[in-house]
Unconditional design. Structure first.
Length: 252
């Protein structure tokens, strides 16, 4: 590891990053990507910047990091790691939009907070507007509110501005993850109560929970999980996690 100082911060850069990548406005040496494997290669998981050749469906899912902070963190993984990789984010968006490629979509709505990332990216890709569905208390304008119970079992509220949803508007609802389906069901109610149409539901993963299966049965949906990986996602443990350092390794 090589030590660097930038804006008063101490940074570390691995040797292979220094040889093939410049920080900031850079041109990157992509020759090493030719030797990267797919989903089941540990090298593809640990190296955030690699892109396997050939790319398999959902190859970018192996970039997601496991929860190493313990059970007091409700989430069992961090999907947002894949957004750092330009090709991973692009392929994720393309996969999510595949079922809707011939559909009429007037507006994309993302759910607070991580749904904002994918939702805004999808809206930009489609050339459509983006509507933020917020947690209650975050909008300083008149809103419609909807209560729900989230995946941790806590009662919460989401809200949306009153001037954005019109009757007949076809809205694609986007969140990062759907575990129990409670948040997405609340968002659907906000849309449908105003007479708009849910054009579809999209998330990186829609788990096969009772709520997730209900959403899949009632609405057109899309996620990024290949069939052979569904059992891993539903059990909340991915084989790709083995490539990440465990907390015990970090402590050592």
């Amino acid at each position: 590891l090589t030590r660097r100082v930038s804006f008063g911060r101490l940074l570390y850069t691995s040797d292979h990053q220094q040889q093939g990548r410049k920080i900031g406005n850079c041109s990157c040496d992509t020759s090493a990507k030719k030797h990267m494997s797919g989903y089941n290669s540990p090298n593809a998981h640990v190296d955030l910047w690699s892109v396997p050749q050939p790319k398999g469906k959902g190859w970018y899912l192996s970039l997601m990091a496991p929860n190493d902070r313990g059970p007091h963190y409700a989430a069992w993984l961090d999907p947002s790691r894949l957004y750092c990789n330009q090709q991973a984010l692009k392929d994720c968006i393309n996969d999510l939009l595949q079922p809707f490629r011939d559909d009429c979509i007037d507006l994309v709505a993302g759910i607070d907070a991580m749904g904002f990332i994918l939702g805004a990216a999808i809206a930009s890709h489609l050339g459509k507007g983006f509507l933020a569905i917020r947690k209650s208390g975050h909008l300083c304008v008149e809103t419609h509110c909807q209560p729900y119970v989230d995946y941790t079992g806590r009662e919460k509220m989401i809200e949306v501005r009153t001037d954005a949803i019109k009757p007949g508007l076809r809205i694609l609802l986007v969140d990062q993850w759907i575990q129990t389906g409670g948040t997405m069901q609340a968002a659907i109610k906000l849309v449908e109560q105003e007479g708009a149409v849910v054009a579809g539901v999209a998330a990186i993963c829609i788990e096969d929970s009772e709520g997730g299966l209900q959403l899949k049965a009632q609405y057109k949906w899309s996620d990024c999980i290949p069939e052979y990986l569904k059992i891993q996602f539903n059990s909340h443990y991915l084989e790709s996690f083995k490539a990440f350092p465990s907390q015990q390794d970090k402590d050592e």
